[in-house]
Ligand binder design. Structure first.
Ligand code: DGL
Length: 276
């Protein structure tokens, strides 16, 4: 039987970061149905072991598949580093868009041949990042920083507090001294402090947020995989789930991306998602 339902995608992150990706997708494809999952019970992912992140990611994907998604966006560099390959093996018929630090575009844009990358420890440890550096890092100086505590500050809503500023200064000043002209945001939480980063880095430094490129990739994959359904009209409804506090998430979402919507609560028990 031919499926003539509107297209629906799932987007997940450890927390609020994925909203920077959701915003870009929703701007580009306002009629697309999106289910967003924030695993705030486990945020930050960045300091966890890769196999633990892989297990969370597998369960979240299975949960979203139960909700009938046609495509998945892993809107988290850390989960992509830990689980993208594995998810593609486990769910071979699901098109998946992952995130990777934008080392390739940075290598094409930099004039000073010095690039800064901000990402979590788990992202830097993963094979995905290593392979990007091997492929595109030749002739480049790459300076990395894990911005310890920044994801927590963003989750707490401290986008411009003194602690956030200090974390960013500690990360950026050494890179600026090394003459970087391009900084890659390798964590989806960081676009929410883009203005702070620009203030510290100054005008001469480009900052790359990969969210618009990810949105274009989603559009391309939907067109390739669902040619017959891409034009089925939909109301572009957005649905949100968090394993944290839904009321807090609702407020955060409004502040960060100006979207209002109902947020459902998710519970983890013994390492498994409890289906409500
Ligand atoms: N937003 C995530 C990323 O892109 C994860 C941050 C975290 O949970 O440590 O890496």
């Amino acid at each position: 039987m031919m499926n003539n339902k509107p297209l629906k995608i799932g987007v997940f992150d450890s927390g609020l970061g994925g909203l920077s990706v959701l915003r870009a997708i929703h701007e580009l494809l306002p009629n697309l149905e999106i289910i967003f999952f924030a695993d705030q019970a486990h945020v930050p992912y960045g300091r966890r072991q890769l196999d633990e992140i892989r297990s969370f990611s597998e369960q979240i994907t299975a949960f979203l598949l139960e909700k009938d998604i046609d495509l998945l966006v892993v809107a988290c560099n850390t989960a992509s580093a830990a689980a993208l390959k594995y998810l593609r093996q486990q769910f071979p018929s699901l098109p998946i868009v992952g995130m990777e630090p934008a080392v390739k575009p940075a290598s094409q844009q930099t004039l000073t041949k010095a690039v800064g990358v901000l990402a979590t420890p788990a992202t830097f440890q993963g094979e995905l990042y290593q392979s990007l550096v091997q492929k595109y890092g030749e002739g480049l100086q790459i300076f990395q920083d894990t911005c310890p505590g920044l994801v927590e500050e963003i989750e707490a809503g401290n986008l411009s507090g003194a602690r956030t500023r200090t974390i960013l200064e500690n990360a950026l000043y050494p890179m600026i001294k090394k003459n970087v002209d391009t900084i890659v945001l390798g964590c989806t939480h960081y676009p929410f402090v883009l203005e702070r980063i620009r203030e510290i880095a100054g005008k001469g430094i480009q900052v790359i947020d990969p969210a618009p490129a990810v949105a274009c990739r989603v559009q391309m994959l939907l067109e390739q995989n669902f040619e017959n359904r891409i034009h089925i009209s939909s109301d572009g409804s957005l649905q949100f789930f968090t394993s944290g506090d839904p009321l807090v998430f609702q407020q955060q979402m409004k502040t960060l991306i100006g979207i209002e919507g109902t947020v459902h609560s998710i519970l983890w028990m013994d390492g498994k998602i409890q289906i409500p």
